[in-house]
Design a binder for this molecule. Structure first.
Ligand SMILES: [Zn+2]
Length: 319
């Protein structure tokens, strides 16, 4: 637990994913607020409780939980902290889209499974992935009465002034929070080091998340933050423009690679994801690889560099 900016303390919470930890941040000023929460696992509950105890606090002392996005590792404990007395806030878009993914989880499943099938995912893989999704849902404790704020909102959080910015791409309603007083950006998973944030197209998501994401990177560059406090690894990225340029170059390279693969002839998003992400991946990682491939394919379709061939199975080909 390190003070990574004045009044902002890094709290790493263990998660059962390859990144090993999600970075949460305790804002200690006039009151106490937590940025993001970890998944609802016994290990995460223990780590959070022990971290707060280090400051002489317990769960009930948190006045507010501010969420960057609805992914399980950032949002999973929000309901528990709400029940202990914290106010939970998220961007209005994330309430309507991401939060609804969890509160209407079973209702959304048929359309999701249909999309998996249409895009060429084999049946045994679909069944396995469905089980991993249900297992994730069981480790979530959604907030019951979250409050929302709009893009651009100025928020008073633990006595600090933060400005919220909508940065879609990694999640439809992803938000980052800038503290104008010192240029600290609480960046969630919008910018990461060591890995690039997953950009996925899901049946219920906005139609072109990669376009959203590349535009949102430009938006953050224009904010000219002094440093970013990020959701995994880091936790501090001191040179934000340099990391943004690296992530942009990564996506351009992936688009070029995908164009080369498309030249082999019409293929499903599933087949292309196996070529774009070769090697051993868990089922959950395969699902992300498929959805990220689909995001890149639909980006190419939108700019006229690929064609979507509709049918019982959807295939992609050069335009
Ligand atoms: Zn995420």
């Amino acid at each position: 637990m390190r003070e990574v900016a004045p009044g902002i303390h890094h709290i790493p919470i263990p998660i059962p994913y390859p990144m090993k930890y999600v970075n949460c941040y305790l804002l200690k000023g006039d009151g106490h607020a937590l940025i993001d929460t970890g998944l609802d696992t016994p290990e995460a509950r223990r780590a959070l409780t022990e971290a707060l105890a280090h400051f002489g606090l317990d769960l009930a002392d948190l006045d507010e939980v501010l969420l960057t996005h609805h992914h399980p590792d950032h949002y999973g404990l929000a309901g528990l902290l709400e029940a202990a007395g914290a106010r939970v806030r998220m961007l209005d878009v994330e309430y309507q889209r991401g939060h609804a993914q969890w509160t209407r989880f079973e209702a959304h499943l048929p359309q999701t499974l249909q999309a998996f099938a249409q895009h060429g995912m084999p049946e045994p893989v679909r069944a396995g992935i469905l089980e991993t999704m249900r297992a994730t849902r069981r480790r979530l404790h959604p907030p019951q009465h979250p409050e929302t704020f709009p893009d651009g909102a100025v928020l008073e959080v633990a006595g600090m002034t933060l400005q919220a910015f909508w940065t879609p791409g990694h999640a439809d309603g992803h938000a980052v929070f800038l503290r104008p007083a010192d240029g600290t950006l609480l960046a969630g998973d919008h910018i990461l080091e060591r890995i690039t944030p997953n950009i996925s197209l899901w049946p219920h998501s906005r139609p072109n998340p990669l376009k959203d994401y590349l535009e949102a990177l430009e938006r953050v560059r224009a904010l000219a933050p002094e440093r970013a406090l990020v959701g995994h690894y880091g936790p501090v990225i001191p040179d934000v423009p340099r990391r943004i340029a690296e992530i942009q170059a990564h996506h351009q390279a992936r688009l070029e690679h995908l164009k080369t693969l498309l030249a082999r002839g019409p293929q499903t998003a599933w087949d292309l994801s196996l070529a774009l992400f070769p090697g051993e991946l868990t089922l959950a990682q395969r699902r992300f690889a498929w959805a990220e491939t689909l995001a890149h394919l639909e980006y190419l379709v939108a700019v006229g560099l690929a064609a979507r061939l509709e049918g019982r199975t959807i295939r992609y080909a050069p335009a």
